[in-house]
Design a protein around this ligand. Structure first.
Ligand code: SF4
Length: 233
């Protein structure tokens, strides 16, 4: 793991710095907790929970849809052809798998790789939010429709929003959300692959961009009581 180069956040202490072993330990402890999750019916058909993998202090986090056949068997996200494409795209911007964190909206494989169901997403989403809270990435790249809709909180599909970054609050942190086409969809569609590769090339710039501070709440103005009272007499 590289040295943390981020400015300390308010209340940053050596014991909660992202590069502290205790924080990685917290992510590991959370992984162990999720490994026994039975919050939705997908628990019954899985080989194992696919929690996520990579650098626990990553500045760039990828969120896909759900584990597939190979991921379910190996317990690691993005290990098939789509994973190879993701690694190739990462290499193109000078990064490797271990530099980033990769996970999915759902941590268990839907049968036959069908789409995630709303109740499954609802049951699983707090695991993802907790991961974001613990990892505190600067940029969260959503891969495909399900992750994009969940994390943007909007119903707009990936075709319309890919490549358009937006700042959002996730897991108690301000992050840059960056929707991308899912590598699995781009694998067999050359035009989509071209767009994905082009959007991907903007990631270094986004990772270097400063995030705006959270807007201050509007001050509540006290009612000018004295003036009103004076006017009565
Ligand atoms: S998909 Fe998520 S909520 Fe459902 S059992 Fe797996 S970890 Fe739990």
């Amino acid at each position: 793991m590289g040295k943390c180069t981020r400015p300390p956040s308010a209340g940053c202490q050596p014991t909660n710095c992202l590069n502290c072993p205790s924080v990685s330990a917290e992510l590991l402890a959370f992984r162990d907790e999720v490994s026994g999750c039975t919050r939705c019916a997908l628990a019954q058909g899985r080989t194992q929970v696919v929690f996520g993998a990579g650098n626990p202090a990553a500045e760039l986090m990828f969120v896909g849809e759900a584990p597939g056949f190979h991921e379910d068997k190996q317990g690691v996200p993005f290990v098939g052809q789509a994973g190879k494409l993701l690694e190739k795209l990462l290499a193109g911007i000078g990064l490797a798998r271990d530099d980033v964190y990769i996970c999915n909206v759902l941590k268990c494989r839907p049968p036959g790789n069908r789409d995630p169901q709303p109740e499954e997403i609802e049951a699983c989403e707090s695991h993802l939010f907790k991961q974001v809270e613990l990892i505190r990435p600067r940029v969260v790249a959503t891969l495909g429709n399900f992750a994009t809709k969940l994390l943007s909180g909007r119903p707009t599909g990936i075709t319309r929003v890919h490549g358009q970054e937006q700042e959002v609050e996730l897991g108690g942190n301000r992050v840059m959300l960056y929707p991308l086409y899912h590598p699995a969809a781009a694998l067999y569609t050359p035009k989509m692959l071209e767009v994905l590769a082009s959007d991907f090339r903007r990631l270094p710039e986004l990772m270097g961009r400063s995030l705006l501070p959270e807007p201050e709440p509007e001050p509540v103005l006290a009612a000018p009581q004295a003036a009103v009272q004076l006017g009565l007499f």
